[in-house]
Design a protein around this ligand. Structure first.
Ligand SMILES: *Cc1c(COP(=O)(O)O)cnc(C)c1O
Length: 355
């Protein structure tokens, strides 16, 4: 596999679960997809994907979007009026990694609570929520939950905590949006049916282009009325697509073939985590490895993240410096057992020999 410019062959690409490339069968499904102009609602494959995802998550309707960020921002747009706020944890993708889109596209503010590894707790949300404050304080219109939690390290959220805050938001007229970019991983790891997660939220976004391995696309689901409104905003955001059935076909193929196998990614991530924890105590918290993501505290082994990432890349293992002291490893469809073995050898050896 050719690496990024200036870098040798990459033997294990743990940068992100977005780096997967569609296989032959998926490409065939794309090539032969029935298509039409989806802006006129005439693409049967897009329709079928939207219906399929809505059904999986227990919602009335779905909307195909070019990215997870757009699906999230449509959710924000539906629930929060200009001048109101959303609340979520400080590591949330919507807050940190969508480049201020909620402020720019919806004219709203965001407030955050501090979480432990992105773990959602009903009390954190309830304590920050402001409703009925009249013309004196910003009103909370939306509570945001991310499952699994990306920067938290693939954390699976507790359905009990979600239900608890749902009871509060229902009473206080606050909406709930689930950023479920990796909800598939949460479902496979916890055994909780997708619908049980889905039904606690007004809207849910899911990514097809992460662990499921499709090249492009996310889906937002919610009520038929919300999706009709989201369709208008999607066009306004520049996300109206024409013969998008070719992309939707990849998503449908992935839903059929790539959900259950996420358990294999989880097992490989766990195997690597154990190996690294053994060679360098304190670098990996095994209790925190719940799905396909492993956070390595390289500082505990005497490294700075940038140096560690560079040294690993030199040896054919691509990783990501994910913040103070930590390097993120992500397993996915294109990292097999052999690549996992190579990654373990390289990453363990580096942890043993600090710079
Ligand atoms: C990747 C991701 C998204 C969406 O990302 P896009 O690159 O816009 O598709 C949203 N939320 C989380 C938690 C993610 O990891």
């Amino acid at each position: 596999m050719p690496g990024p410019s200036g870098v040798g062959a990459i033997r294990a690409d743990l940068l992100s679960d977005t780096v997967t490339r569609p296989g032959v069968a998926m490409r065939e499904a794309m090539a032969f997809a029935e298509v039409g102009d989806d802006v006129f609602g005439e693409d049967p494959t897009v329709r079928s994907l939207e219906e399929r995802v809505a059904d999986l998550l227990g919602h009335e309707a779905g909307l195909f979007t070019p990215s997870g960020s757009m699906a999230n921002q449509l959710g924000v747009r539906l629930h929060v009026r200009p001048g109101e706020e959303l609340i979520g944890d400080s590591l949330a993708h919507v807050v940190r990694a969508e480049l201020g889109a909620a402020a720019v596209l919806s004219g709203i503010s965001s407030r955050t609570w501090i979480s432990e590894r992105g773990r959602f707790r009903a009390d954190d949300a309830a304590a920050l929520m402001v409703t009925g404050a009249g013309p004196y304080q910003v009103g909370t219109a939306l509570v945001l939950v991310e499952n699994t939690h990306n920067f938290g390290g693939g954390t699976v959220q507790s359905l009990g905590e979600i239900r608890q805050v749902r009871a509060v938001t229902r009473e206080r007229g606050v909406a709930m949006h689930l950023d479920g970019a990796r909800l598939w991983n949460a479902h496979v790891a916890s055994g909780v049916p997708l619908r049980d997660y889905g039904r606690e939220f007004d809207t849910v976004s899911v990514c097809l282009s992460k662990g499921l391995g499709a090249p492009v696309g996310s889906v937002l689901v919610g009520s038929a009325a919300h999706m009709a409104e989201a369709r208008i905003w999607r066009k306004r955001f520049g996300g109206g697509m024409r013969q998008a059935g070719m992309l939707a076909a990849a998503g449908l193929w992935a839903l059929e073939h790539h959900i259950d196998r996420l358990a294999v990614d989880h097992a490989r991530a766990r195997r690597a985590a154990k190996a690294l924890a053994e060679v360098a105590a304190g670098t990996v918290d095994l209790d925190a490895v719940e799905t396909n993501i492993v956070m390595v505290d390289v500082v505990a082994a005497g490294w700075l993240p940038a140096g560690y990432v560079a040294a690993a890349l030199d040896r054919g293992v691509r990783t990501y410096a994910a913040g103070p002291g930590r390097v993120r490893l992500v397993w996915h469809l294109d990292v097999d057992d052999e690549a996992t073995d190579h990654a373990i050898d390289v990453l363990a050896e580096l942890l043993r020999t600090p710079r």
